[in-house]
Design a protein around this ligand. Sequence first.
Ligand code: NAG
Ligand code: NAG
Ligand code: NAG
Ligand code: NAG
Ligand code: NAG
Length: 951
Amino acid sequence: MFNQYRNCVAVPILVAWMVLVSLCRFTAGSTTEAEALLRWKASLPDQPILQSWVTPAWNNSSNAQSPCGWHGIICDSAENVIEINLAYTGLKGTLDHLDFSSFTNLLRLDLKENQLEGSIPQNIGILSKLQYLDLSTNSLNGTLPLSLANLTHVFELDVSRNNITGVLDPRLFPDGTKQSKTGLISIKNFIIESTLLGGQIPNEIGNMRSLVLLALDSNSFYGPIPPSLVNCSELTLFSITQNHLSGPIPFNIDRLSKLTDLRLFINNLSGSVPQGIGNLLVLTTLHLAENNFTGQLPQQVCRGGKLVNFSAAHNSFTGPIPVSLRNCKSLQRVRLEHNQLTGYIDQDFGIYPNLTYMDLSYNKLQGQLSPNWGQSKKLSFLSVGANMIVGRIPDEILQLKQLGNLDLSSNQLSGEISTEIGNLSRLSMLHLNDNKFSGKIPAGIGLLSNLQTLDISINMLSGPIPYQIGDLSKLQSLTLCQNFLNGTIPSQIGNLFALQSLLDLSYNSLSGEIPTQLGKLTNLISLNLSHNYLSSSIPSSLCDMLSMSSINLSYNRLEGPIPEGKISQLGDFSNNKGLCGTIQGLQPCKTSFTAPGDKKKKHIHVIIIVASLGSAFLGSLMLVGIFAYLPKRKSRYNSKEEESTTNREDPFSVMYFNGKNLYEDILEATKNFDDMCCIGEGATAKVYKAEMSGGQVIAVKRLWSQVDDIGFAEGAKTFKNEIAALTEIRHRNIVKLHGFCSTGMHRFLVYDFMERGSLSDMLRNDEEAMELDWQKRVEIVQGVAQALSYLHHDCVPHILHRDISSKNVLICSDLEAHVSDFGTARFLELNGSNWTTFAGTFGYSAPELAYTMAVTEKCDVYSFGVLVVEVLMGKHPGDLISKIQTFSIESINVKDILDPRLPSPMSKNSVEELVLVMKLAVSCLQANPQYRPTMRSLSQLLEVEITRGKR
Ligand SMILES: *[C@@H]1O[C@H](CO)[C@@H](O)[C@H](O)[C@H]1NC(C)=O
Ligand SMILES: *[C@@H]1O[C@H](CO)[C@@H](O)[C@H](O)[C@H]1NC(C)=O
Ligand SMILES: *[C@@H]1O[C@H](CO)[C@@H](O)[C@H](O)[C@H]1NC(C)=O
Ligand SMILES: *[C@@H]1O[C@H](CO)[C@@H](O)[C@H](O)[C@H]1NC(C)=O
Ligand SMILES: *[C@@H]1O[C@H](CO)[C@@H](O)[C@H](O)[C@H]1NC(C)=O
């Protein structure tokens, strides 16, 4: 009894004890269908849909148990289960415990659209009477069982939309093993590839002679279409879209003469498509799109006259449009775009009464648009873009009431655009750009009340923009650039409230003022009015365009001030008549403030960060970054400086008033950047110690300014990053930046000098390392944790350091840690991407950076982990990191790790502290970034635990 009970522990606790008892009894008896179902149920998570699957407790006779009334179970008259149908029930779990051998009469197994996991049991072939098997849309993985080959009565097999792979090619392992003395490496690679990526569809599938429908879409099958497939002569539908199949379509595919649907899109199939497809006389659907097919399209593809849906887009087909398409009246959807098809569009296509979708774009078609398209009354999508089509738009096309998308772009179409175009009342996309249309933009265009995208750019249109364009209330993008449009911009354009992505009227001959109504376009992101003859001043209403991220008003005749606000930073205002403002390259509007160093403004740009050095109190510190060449800001700065600066002795705040002096003082203090004063050197900079005349010692970090452009650009980037990050932050464990200078020759940053140099140098020097006793080292760890926590969580926007290492932790005379070198940091923008080229120091960078360039704060956490171990060991941990990652912390004796130069920690508290620090370091070193703690929690833990230890 005890043993039997143990077999049942998997039954959910909620199941009544009675059921449990009766279940236990079954395990001793013979396996019935009911038992098999209950055992399967017991292996599944509890789910309401199987509630009816219980045996009444009062029923003592196991023979009397019948599952026939249970949900989803259908029996024949002899009470044999012939169908299990739990499709669309949200069923969860695996098929592992469904004992197929109990269902000798099963005809249909339908479990589609559920959440089944795991693999299809290999012994499924035992269901010898099975006719219907649908496991589609689940999360099944593993291989397609070979035993399916025995299911010769199955007419429908659908395992689409799972994660199933094929089987490895058995020819590679003739002796059934995966080892082979010859070609071990290639086989090994094959195994790796196949197990990672998936294997082939077993050729045994050809044994399933009754198959009418075979669907394997959206799985992970590799390799060829199995040649044996042509033996499934009853097949009407074969679909294997969105896998990784390669090789050609079997040359004798036309043996599948009942085929109506052949769907092969999105694979890597190649070669030419067998012309024999024309022998498939009942074919209605042929999908070849997004493969790597070459050669001609099958010329007789519509020989049977039944073809409805034909796609061959995104391949490398060449040659003519299939002749049989001309009279293929059954066509509804045709997609041939992105090939290299040739032919004449007016001769190769005929009249298609049911056609709804026709895409011929990106081919090499010639000829004219035929009026016949007008007879496809249901046409909703017509694209012939990027071909070599000439002539006019036939009026017949402009009568297609269902047309939603018309793309005639990038051809040689000419003539006027008829005002009849207004008849296309369903039109949402109209692309006529890059043609030779002339005449005026017809007023009728204003009737296209559903239009969302209008592009008529790059034509030869002249005359004014019709004011009716303002009626296009759904328009999101309007592009009329590169025409000869003249007159003024109609103020009605301001009514296009839906306008969002683009308004481009550039390269025309528009004149007059920019209508103030444009300011109403608050959703617009990009505005280009450049290269026109627009005059007068820029309406200040443009500042109301809240979404604007790019504005180009260059090459006009505008004058007056540029409105203050966001647009002044986003815009290109160059080459106008008389614009003024605070933008580089423009005259200031009124002469107000002139800085003493103004003459030098082309040469010396100075940002100075004013700090009241006398006060360590954080709140009283104030950073103001100012570009000297921005007179407005400078004067604003002056008043602030007068209000707030109390400590006039600060040499740097004084120096601000004469940027030249600062520069020259530094040159003098560093003896013109003499190597004698150099105290460090990195990949992007040299660091000099400079004793200023007032006695203050500073560190000057001089960035390489190389002559070559690449070096310069990289240096400039580093420079800007550093400024941007540092001007925003103040923290006792972060090295303070005073300012920077940029001249034609030198670019340098001015920092507080850290007397003891870098942590790395201190640890390397035996004497100095001894100075850093255990308590000091824990404090250093704490300090760095606090600095990083501040950067990650308290700065807005958050700042990633990206290059934490012992070289970038500097130590002051009090042996306190200061995080330095934000050369590679930059702002973590909310929407911006954080993808970057590799930044960081080898030996400290997180493992995920090897395969992704996405830098997250968890990369800093990892580097911090390495740094902590280094602080404890007194040297870089090297290979120990991987050991730490694979073994648990318990298997590593912390005392073995500790720096042998220091005496072992004596007190219990001290040991516990170090163990805690080590544990935190280990948690930072986890391979999966998600599992690493945040800097905030690390810093808080250190704070709490260590302070508690001190009490
Ligand atoms: C199949 O899925 C299960 C759970 O969904 C998983 O544990 C198993 O590793 C997967 N097997 C393969 C070969 O991917
Ligand atoms: C398929 O497997 C991959 C990797 O094993 C997984 O990321 C993906 O979510 C799976 N897809 C489905 C539909 O289960
Ligand atoms: C098919 O059935 C036969 C006879 O029952 C059996 O010997 C064979 O192993 C089965 N084949 C597969 C692939 O399961
Ligand atoms: C397509 O085939 C050509 C040659 O037939 C080959 O060079 C190319 O790599 C293939 N492209 C893909 C995506 O498989
Ligand atoms: C067009 O579609 C209708 C309705 O589906 C169908 O009855 C008719 O046969 C089709 N016309 C052609 C030429 O295939």
